[in-house]
Design a protein around this ligand. Sequence first.
Ligand code: S5P
Length: 485
Amino acid sequence: MDECVERLLDVRALKFGSYKLRTGLVSPVYIDFREIFGCPDLLCQLSELIFKVSREAQYELVCGVPYTALPLATCISITHHLPMLVRRKEAKDYGTKRIVEGKFIPGQTCLIVEDVVTFGSSILETVSVLQQEGLKVTDAVVLLDRAQGGAERLASCGIRLWSVSTLPQILSSLRSRGRLDEDTVCKVLDFLAANQYESDSLANGSALPAKEQLGASEKIPRIVSAAALSYGQRSLLPTTSPFATRLLSLMEEKRTNVALAADVLSCADALALAEELGPEICMFKIHADALSGFDEGFHLRLVDIAKRHRFLLFEDRKFADIGSVVRRQYEGGVFRISHWAHVVTVHAVAGPGALLSLQEAYSSVDSGAFIVSEMSCQGSLAVGNYTQAAVEMAKGCRDFVAGFICTSRVTTDPSWVLVTPGVKFQEGDDGQGQQYLTPDEVIGRRGTDVIVVGRGIVNADDRLATAQAYRHAGWQAYEGRLAQS
Ligand code: S5P
């Protein structure tokens, strides 16, 4: 790498000075590897270094993280005759609707290629997309690791990171060649030290580092309330769990915060509902044990519909037992929940053991759980200290817990997603303890994020039009809230 470092400086892929980032933070370094697109020889040289540094990894395919790393992955693919995959940022809404282009067989192993890693979020996002397609991912390789904790974060998610160089190594190389003065080196090192990934940075009251896609070294200042940030911005926070990242960015792209509670009688009814209302929702919530006719074929069909209409599968299991039992309920039995559900619910009553067991058993890096911290039904005991203890418990499991089931803003930390059931256009109750709030009250005034609507849609004469009306109301309330803050 040493011989390329000066070239990187010359072509302005590395810039030192004072760069005001979108968030207002001033950074002493700016890295932009798009500058190398104009230098084919440098591009080839760097991709060869990437290939060499990761040669111990076992893989059959390569996939670049969009967009800057795509040419690097392409060079590796061509030079070493390795089939390449391209991950789309968004599925096409016509034709094949594929999110991963290229030829592969589920079960094959793919190496992820990236240009720069800061906190690892972009790599994790690509890992999760590939895993959804049945591919295995164990290794990722980058040209430059900024040494801000990304490698450790990836390791904690089971991904080994290989890097051609780190930012401190580059600084020392440039200093020894007389291309960088001592003062600049110190400034950058100080900046890196002050902007490390901390999985619990909010709990410590420190600032939140933003995800690398926001631009090199950007950092979001401490945010008072989740209500002030868009779903998309929150998906970029490094403290946001992989599942929450996926959910928030899906909500932003699809412009819906409606989760459908598909409380119907049979699997056939659930499939019909998913097919009809899938385009309107962000999550499809079921109680698998309350559906007649559950078998392997059902969840395969449901997964297929979820992929086509781009929503996430939510099994509302409300786990509440000792860790070893919960794990078996999640992985095995009739329902094999971990094989198809993107997210599940867990009661806080049994303590953190249940959560930790689920986290160990999850089958994809972006599976997650919502902790039930409040309930919508009358007389619920999940109030006060219990609710606060549930929120505290989540902090010990940030990579798996995506947020909370709640009826109020139980936390102001924007990394958590707040999901509220008991939503209908008409406030009131169902005569059996369920209490309803309107979309406007929930999203607009109480400041939670997702409305869970069941009978309000399922029992309507025109389910599609009603789902669209809830979608519209939920989104309007969200936009109104953003406009006010
Ligand atoms: O506190 C809660 C938590 C949940 S997950 N209250 C709830 O009602 N739920 C679920 O939301 C419940 O299990 C059901 O599936 C849905 C509400 O359905 P609805 O028909 O009353 O809208």
